[in-house]
Write a protein that binds this ligand. Sequence first.
Ligand code: ZN
Length: 83
Amino acid sequence: MPVYDYRAQNTHDSCPYCCSGFEIMRRLADPPLTHCPNCNAPIIKIISAPALGRSKSKLDDRAKAAGFHKLKRVDQGAFEKLY
Ligand SMILES: [Zn+2]
């Protein structure tokens, strides 16, 4: 079952449970929650951003595509041109 993050739409008008946000397991067939199960305040679903494109190789690819060159330091004062 997927876990969803919810948070109160208006944190001034909510209980501690939904004020700081909560995780809840829902079946895919279940309708999305619109109100806190604890205090019935309006809540919104939080989309958690997955970590994408943060790998070093991707960064190298982008740098290469942008025309940057990468130098690797191989010795004191000596650099090897990687691309
Ligand atoms: Zn609440």
